[in-house]
Design a protein around this ligand. Structure first.
Ligand SMILES: Cc1cc2nc3c(=O)[nH]c(=O)nc-3n(C[C@H](O)[C@H](O)[C@H](O)COP(=O)(O)OP(=O)(O)OC[C@H]3O[C@@H](n4cnc5c(N)ncnc54)[C@H](O)[C@@H]3O)c2cc1C
Length: 468
């Protein structure tokens, strides 16, 4: 199978529209100044959730430390929040269990606790932010009903739950567990083998991010949309203050600090990230119906080792569903190392038709149908953790990328950690879990990508399954 590795890794023009971006705000095509400044203290590349959170926290952290707010320029290749954040599922769903169980084995209890609570705490932080700043983003706290539909998955979940409970990981205290008939009753899902419930939230990500950007711009941050960064290169060797040249088709900016908030596109500017943060294409739909029961909780549906769907109900009764791997997972080039969000994933659209009727008791006769389908590019990291912190061998450059399709409960605090590192100069004593940090070994060691490894295992072990 020919690979996608020679394809451009930059954002493509003409991305498909998404439900969340049907009505865009005034910041969407914003340029704070007609021309780019020739220099800046900090250049942030990318205006998604990471770029917006960085701008917000850099201003906040500077004020908190009594420092002058630095000159910050945010450069965005397309419209503001036009990447994954403007096209995701809107699920702010911390993982209270599986990641903590895995980190218990690799790093021990203290780090497992940090990894789990780091995600869980972001619900409260976003709730407080939304309330404090009156952000109109449909933020709602919810329970997640996390359903497992296959025996092997159920056994692993049960074993992991025992381990995190035994280790007294704080997020385990919130988890409800049921299995078999009771799991079907709790979830309403036909064939549920087990069911976890725990706290999460859901929201309209585009609106949260554009609020953060608007606030940052009002406090002096310079946002420039339609300004792709084509390279970052060293300035003349005697440059003391501005050691990096950030080049765009419009002009070049001299700066001392560059932060890559570039998600799946990072390797286009930082070649060391090739095979480490890989663009992965995902698909999401919005289902609507007049005569349908109302879903109140959010859901995870674990169907096999590689198939998991997630869904959030919207205040208007529609349901957002993401996943659909059943129909494209085997065709590696259609989704892995693929940064083209100008077309849907081949063959995946039909997956959502009849989804609620197939899975949920009581929905069989509903008229729910697929209204919108869209796609987006995630940055999947090779070891499952984002790369957050100073980039080895690139003094003054930072990464905050690779959140692997799970950025909503990780990004706000990761960006805060980077802002704190830059403002205080202390890169160690920040609230950032150890596996997120970029050690020289993690930076340079080749490690087979977890998604590629799983794909190989599945295609080698499973016969082709019918997709009807
Ligand atoms: C279909 C889909 C569904 C998802 N569902 C969920 C979910 O329900 N819950 C969850 O937690 N996560 C979900 N995710 C993942 C989540 O959306 C991401 O983790 C998160 O949005 C990443 O934010 P970001 O700012 O890093 O990336 P992005 O939002 O992609 O922002 C990166 C920005 O950088 C810009 N950029 C890149 N390169 C350059 C360059 N060279 N010059 C200038 N600008 C550049 C891009 O144009 C883009 O706007 C989903 C993702 C997708 C695609």
């Amino acid at each position: 199978m020919p690979s996608n590795s020679n394809r451009s890794k930059f954002p493509v023009p003409h991305a498909l529209p998404s439900y969340w971006r049907k009505q865009v705000g005034p910041i969407d095509r914003h340029r704070s100044t007609p021309r780019l400044p020739s220099s800046a203290d900090i250049v942030v590349v990318g205006a998604g959730y990471v770029g917006a959170s960085l701008a917000y926290h850099l201003v906040e952290e500077s004020a908190r430390c009594g420092r002058k707010v630095p000159e910050i320029v945010v450069l965005e290749a397309r419209e503001a929040c036009s990447g994954a954040t403007g096209r995701n599922g809107g699920h702010l769903k911390p993982d209270p269990l599986l990641r903590a169980a895995s980190v218990l084995s690799t790093h021990g209890k203290e780090v497992a606790e940090h990894v789990a609570s780091f995600e869980a705490r972001q619900i409260g932080a976003i709730k407080a932010l939304v309330k404090r700043e009156d952000v109109d983003c449909d933020f709602e706290e919810t329970r997640v009903v996390d359903v497992c539909l296959y025996k092997k998955g159920k056994e692993k979940i049960k074993a992991d739950l025992e381990r995190v409970v035994d280790a007294d990981i704080s997020t385990a205290r919130d988890i409800g567990y049921s299995e078999d008939r009771e799991a079907e009753q709790v979830s309403g899902v036909r064939g549920a083998k087990s069911c976890l419930t725990y706290d999460a939230a859901r929201l309209w990500p585009y609106r949260l991010v554009t609020h953060l950007l608007e606030k940052a711009v009002s406090l002096g941050v310079n946002l420039q949309t339609y300004t792709p960064v084509t390279s970052v290169s060293p300035a003349a060797t005697d440059a003391k203050d501005h050691r990096w040249l950030v080049t765009t088709p419009r002009s070049t900016i001299k700066t001392s600090i560059v932060i890559y908030a570039t998600n799946g596109y990072t390797s286009a500017l930082v070649p060391e990230m090739k095979d480490k943060i890989v663009p992965v294409k995902g698909i999401v739909a919005r289902l609507v119906g007049k005569y349908a029961p109302r879903l109140t909780d959010s859901y995870m549906m674990r169907i096999s080792d590689y198939e998991y769907d997630y869904m959030i109900p919207r205040p208007d009764g529609s349901v957002i569903v993401g996943g659909a791997k059943r129909d494209f997972f085997r065709n590696l080039n259609d989704w892995f190392d693929n940064s083209d969000d100008s077309s849907l994933i081949k063959g995946a659209r039909r997956y959502f038709d009849g989804y609620m009727q197939r899975h949920f008791y009581g929905w069989e006769k509903s008229d729910v149908r697929t209204e919108d389908v869209w796609t987006g590019i995630m940055g999947y990291s090779n070891d499952g953790f984002p790369y957050v912190g100073p980039a080895p061998g690139r003094p003054g450059q930072y990464l905050c990328a690779g959140f692997s399709g799970h950025g909503m409960p990780q990004i706000f605090f990761s960006a805060k950690a980077i802002a704190s590192m830059i403002v205080t100069g202390d890169t160690e004593n920040v609230d950032l879990p150890v596996p997120y940090r970029i050690s020289p070994a993690r930076w340079s060691q080749p490690k087979e990508h977890v998604s590629l490894k799983l794909w190989r295992e599945i295609v080698e072990s499973e016969p082709v399954r019918a997709t009807l």
